[in-house]
Design a protein around this ligand. Structure first.
Ligand SMILES: [Zn+2]
Length: 299
């Protein structure tokens, strides 16, 4: 089940509804690091068996880092805390409060739509709360530029904001970049490769800058949480596609607003049709539309 994508770097993949979901395990001579804990259940059902397959004892995991505040990236924190008793559990300071409290993330991130006449269906809310797992405090924060040395394998922490304010990635010495959801193409694909859900970003300038930074970095391998591993020329194409979606959404919003003022709720179907369509979680495109409107208003 775990796939070695670079020396000592393993991709652990499972399914999340119609999509892929990945975590990464970095194995050094002094200890191992787990990047992301999935949803509630992922650590127990997917990560623990992967470790056994690799012949790694849970005590060897010394670092657990959450790439960002979304339930499919931190929901296994409570299980990780229990299984990896020695590990230090950390995230970026801007995302930490959301990761530590369901109430906070439900109000600030998932509840953002409610004030604007939009919302997830009740069934999605139930799923989100369950997937988030129990609230547990983190052990500390991790910030841009920190170098984590696992013995013969080191990772540099990158701050890659846009999708969330405190989104983190790891850059490895061999040119592999682990970026989770920091760039999202034209949206997320199902296992058949069909576009199913939109790419939500909450800070337009930051998301554009993150994509630009990754294009300049031009990593040999780009690992995202919900797309198949990318290497060589695919990396540039994926990042170009991510940048183009932002431009296309901007153009779609401009066209719609040419006809006069609109509410966010009014803009959503037209914009989704222009850059999608998105049969799942279409409402999340409203977050990105909101980011464009906030940028235009100078907020
Ligand atoms: Zn995700």
């Amino acid at each position: 089940m775990p796939v070695e994508i670079a020396p000592g770097v393993f991709r652990i993949e499972s399914r999340l509804g119609s999509r892929r979901l990945a975590q990464w395990l970095l194995r050094g001579s002094e200890g191992a690091l787990l990047l992301d804990t999935g949803v509630a259940g992922t650590v127990t059902e997917t990560v623990a068996p992967a470790l056994r397959e690799l012949g790694l004892a849970p005590e060897q995991v010394v670092e657990v880092i959450d790439s960002h505040a979304d339930v499919d990236h931190y929901g296994g924190n409570a299980e990780a805390r229990k299984l990896f008793g020695r590990a230090r559990l950390r995230a970026h300071p801007l995302d930490r409060p959301l990761i530590e409290s369901w109430e906070t993330i439900a109000a600030e991130r998932y509840g953002w739509y409610r004030a604007r006449g939009l919302d997830y269906p009740a069934e999605t809310w139930r799923w989100l709360e369950q997937a988030a797992g129990p609230d547990i405090p983190l052990d500390g924060v991790v910030e841009a530029g920190e170098r984590i040395d696992l013995g013969g394998l080191a990772a540099e922490v990158m701050h890659l904001p846009g999708h969330s304010r405190g989104h983190l990635g790891l850059l490895l010495g061999d040119g592999t970049a682990l970026i989770a959801d920091a760039a999202m193409g034209r949206g997320f694909l199902n296992l058949a490769g069909e576009l199913v859900s939109p790419p939500p970003y909450l800070d337009l300038a930051a998301y554009r800058a993150t994509i630009e930074r990754l294009r300049e970095l031009s990593p040999a391998r780009l690992e995202t949480a919900h797309f198949a591993p990318l290497a060589g020329a695919e990396v540039g194409r994926f990042l170009a596609r991510s940048a183009r979606l932002v431009d296309d959404l901007e153009a779609a919003i401009d066209r719609a607003l040419d006809d006069g003022p609109r509410t966010l709720k009014g803009l959503l179907p037209e914009c989704a049709a222009a850059v999608g369509p998105y049969p799942e979680m279409e409402v999340e495109l409203a977050r990105s539309i909101g980011a464009h409107l906030e940028a235009a208003l100078g907020e």
